[in-house]
Ligand binder design. Structure first.
Ligand SMILES: C[S@@+](CC[C@H](N)C(=O)[O-])C[C@H]1O[C@@H](n2cnc3c(N)ncnc32)[C@H](O)[C@@H]1O
Length: 401
């Protein structure tokens, strides 16, 4: 049986779980630690931590790699649907909502006896509504769009954890993305996570020559200027909680303005072969108030000339699902050729779900991570483009050792 992390009905107010993408758990743990979170432990696509209300608010505002931050309120053994109903009915829901409030329930189920997340959500809703009905002859309504309370029910190996979602809509929805639909934009959480994983120093140039809608450019700009990714959001779910501390929240938001750098102290630039992509990237940057500091041009990569002196170049090229095999191999060959001839002193990072095509780059990755872009398993690879001859490269490696 799965070990229970939260003691039944005795959960301290300060225990939280931030969910994330596969491969970004350690990055998120570090972000949380920097915000003052304590007793941090890693899970699978989740990070468990403790903190006070300020840490919870900051986690929502500042964490670039969190998808949502949950506050577990009750955990119990749950072998079947009767156990689910009984335990939910035994929880005092008036602590979290009134009969006039609206609520929603997300269900996630990994269980051999109950495998329908919608049914689990329905059973939970019934137990909550029956509790209010027996007391007030009235029940709270469900609102899936803008509820007062968002519940998250997770059943895994016969243990059910019920949490309140403090974030609301997924935190990857920063609020700067234009409405125009683009080809395969990368998730904002993944883009930020990859930049943090790369260890970019925020001082040397950052280039995305296949920028699409500009997600890497915006996230790099926000990181470099210390702007919290949540600053563009209209609302977080915790703002509707009964114990919401408006003064504390306003102070945290105000403090974030004092911590940001007013000027971008580095060069961040993007380009793309598609004019439409360039337009959308510019709009994203405008929405994120970075349009005056980050330029985007329409240039095919095989004609791209980077600034001299080195820096970091990020690629999220097409993976080949919509291309002929020859075309995708050619694309990766041309990326490799251009890197080798025009990018001395640069570090290149590339994410792809097509490691076979990536072999055509003709460079050995010095680091590799496995991440998921949506459902696609991807490699995130680092290539180092040394200045000068192989001899110099060898000497550089030896001196680093
Ligand atoms: C997967 S998309 C990038 C998505 C981007 N990271 C985002 O978040 O929107 C790949 C991009 O590579 C661009 N591209 C493809 N071949 C290119 C080339 N030879 N030179 C420059 N850009 C190219 C495409 O136009 C497309 O915008």
């Amino acid at each position: 049986m799965q070990e229970k992390r939260f003691k039944e009905n005795k959960i301290k107010k300060e225990e939280f779980v931030a969910t994330t993408l596969f491969g970004l758990e350690e990055v998120l743990a570090e972000e949380l630690s920097n915000l003052g979170a304590e007793n941090i432990t890693l899970g699978s696509r989740a990070v468990y931590f403790e903190g006070d209300r300020a840490v919870l608010y900051k986690a929502n505002l500042y964490c670039r790699t969190a998808i949502k931050v949950l506050k577990p309120i009750v955990e119990f053994d749950c072998p079947d649907e009767d156990a689910l109903y009984e335990e939910i009915a035994a929880t005092n829901w008036e602590k979290y909502m009134s009969v006039e409030d609206t609520f929603s329930i997300d269900g996630v189920v990994f269980s051999s006896t109950m495998n329908h997340s919608k049914y689990v959500a329905l059973k939970t809703k019934d137990a909550i509504c029956d509790q209010f009905r027996s007391k007030y002859d009235k029940r709270p309504n469900v609102d899936t769009v803008n509820p007062d309370l968002r519940l998250h029910v997770r059943i895994s190996k016969d243990v059910c954890t019920v949490s309140i979602n403090s974030s609301g809509e997924s935190l990857h929805k920063r609020g700067y993305r234009p409405k125009t639909e683009m080809e395969a934009p990368i998730s904002e959480v993944l883009a930020a996570g990859l930049i943090l994983l790369s260890g970019w120093d925020k001082r040397t140039p950052f280039i995305d020559p296949m920028c699409g809608s500009g997600t890497f450019l915006v996230e790099a700009g926000l990181i470099a200027k210390n702007i919290p990714p949540g600053i563009f959001r209209k609302q977080f779910a915790f703002e509707k909680w009964r114990d919401f501390d408006r003064k504390l929240w306003t102070d945290i938001v105000d403090e974030s303005y004092t911590k940001r750098h007013h000027r971008l102290n580095t060069l961040i630039i993007g380009s793309d072969i598609s004019k439409e992509a360039v337009e959308v990237a510019r709009e994203s940057l405008e929405n994120a108030k970075l349009g005056h500091e980050i330029a985007v041009e329409c240039i095919p990569f095989d004609q791209y000339i980077p600034p001299t002196g080195g820096g970091t170049v990020f690629f999220n090229p097409p993976y080949g699902e919509r291309l002929q095999e020859n075309d995708v191999n050619e694309l990766y060959t041309s990326i490799g050729n251009r890197l080798k001839s025009k990018f001395p002193g640069y570090v290149a990072w590339l994410i792809t779900s097509n490691p076979e095509a990536a072999k055509n780059i003709g460079l050995h990755p010095s680091k590799k991570f496995t991440v998921y872009n949506g459902a696609l398993e991807c490699r995130f690879m680092k290539f180092e483009l040394y200045e000068g001859s192989r001899k110099m490269k060898k000497r550089k490696l030896e001196s680093e050792e």
